[in-house]
Write a protein that binds this ligand. Structure first.
Ligand code: SF4
Length: 201
């Protein structure tokens, strides 16, 4: 199903409860604001074993705490999901590159979100990943639709990317930590690859 096809449904009814997977503080601002404008009752869910190394995870978690405090956003923290060995074992050698790796990464987080939404009695789930212009938007939508099984919580598709600059401006105004790479050690290496290349030449 295309993102546009699912964009108009569902609408907020009787303050429908939404579990919003949050990848970091800066990317969460616009999704929370937009969902609330529509009348949804939003709870954040921080589940991100892809943020590596651990010091970076803790730094982004702290920024998310600050953001949640500003937004008065109720939060569920899934810190026990952070397991570097498990994450690398699932990726290294079979999904190291590009889309394959990101599909796995989105899948683990969205599946966990759907599961938590089910457990917590949320009617809907979605993700702040849909805010980023740097993520594979269509792959996120496809993955979320695939994990939303019949009878459980419904995936709420929204394209939050139109609020890109607004989110940046607010995060700077609030002094939130803004990370320089996506999350995994692969993306960190890709971010700084040019610096290494200059040394080798
Ligand atoms: S680049 Fe980002 S989305 Fe892709 S696997 Fe790494 S952390 Fe996950």
């Amino acid at each position: 199903m295309s993102p546009l096809k699912s964009a108009s449904v569902p609408e907020a009814t009787s303050r429908a409860r939404v579990l919003l997977h949050v990848c970091c503080g800066p990317c969460s601002i616009v999704p929370v604001l937009r969902l609330r404008e529509e009348g949804f009752d939003v709870t954040g869910y921080f589940m991100n074993p892809n943020i590596q190394p651990l010091a970076e995870y803790l730094r982004r978690r702290e920024a998310m705490e600050q953001c949640a405090a500003r937004l008065e956003l109720p939060m569920i923290w899934q810190d026990d999901a952070w397991d570097l060995t498990r994450w690398l074992r699932d990726v290294a050698g079979t999904r190291d590159a590009g889309e394959l790796r990101c599909r796995y990464c989105y899948g683990t987080r969205l599946e966990a979100t759907r599961h938590m939404a089910d457990k917590g009695g949320f009617a809907l789930f979605t993700s702040s990943l849909l805010y980023s212009r740097y993520q594979r938007h269509e792959v996120i939508v496809e993955t979320a639709e695939a994990v939303a099984t019949d009878g459980g919580p419904t995936f709420l598709y929204r394209d939050f990317r139109s609020g890109w600059q607004e989110g940046i401006d607010i995060s700077k105004e609030w002094g939130l930590y803004r990370q320089p790479y996506c999350g995994c050690v692969y993306s960190e290496a890709e971010r700084y690859a040019k610096s290494l290349a200059k040394k080798i030449l």
